[in-house]
Design a protein. Sequence first.
Length: 257
Amino acid sequence: MPSIPTDAALLDLAVSLAERAAAAILAVKRAGFAVESKRDTSPVTEADRIAEALIVEGLRAAVPAIPVVAEEEVAAGIVTAPGDVYWLVDPLDGTREFATGRPHYTVNIGLVRGGRPVLGAVAVPETGEVFGGRVGAPAFKRDAAGQRAIAVRRPPQEGLVVMGSRHYAGDPRIAEFLQGRKVARIENIGSAVKVLRVAEGVADLHPRFVPTMEWDTAAPQAVLEAAGGSLRLWDGGVMPYGKPGWENPPYVVTGAA
């Protein structure tokens, strides 16, 4: 049986593929693209498909022993049995943002082991940022200024910076959830960027009420937890992975207590 690389090597692989996928997405954007609708009415573009093919082929070629579960394959009815260890891939998280010219979309590549995300790479194509994290090592951010460690922050005296979803900005549950908390401002944007901003210590809280999928959260959760933050269910429980249908219940992302 072929050997499995170390988690450090697997993270390097995920980061490399996320960077390549980000470049491919930007190439599609420059060339122009059409927006289609999937069976669940969510949008999909050529960029989603090209990025996913690049990532999935790269992962399977480099580490054939680890199954890959990818969003567009699942949407097409191609479901890989995950096993105890598997990759979760969202090649373009925030397709609505991408399709409407907004910058808040990401490439997410996460590894799950024993029902928990253990490492992840998230690229933000528009800004050139790439985030990585794994259990037992500091999270990091790489951009034009180089690579450096990142960590969550304690809430500042002036109040919390809360990350909300642009698509659900008017959800009354946000105001209800924030009652009794000192809030400096709420920023409504799309995709996993919300989790990354908490991970790097420029935001403090992200409550999520509407459904997400496991490939949306695995990679950014790994980065967040490596940075000292947490993603928990509303009752404080651990987010399980490998659920039937891959759909997540509501959760809360927090930085330092």
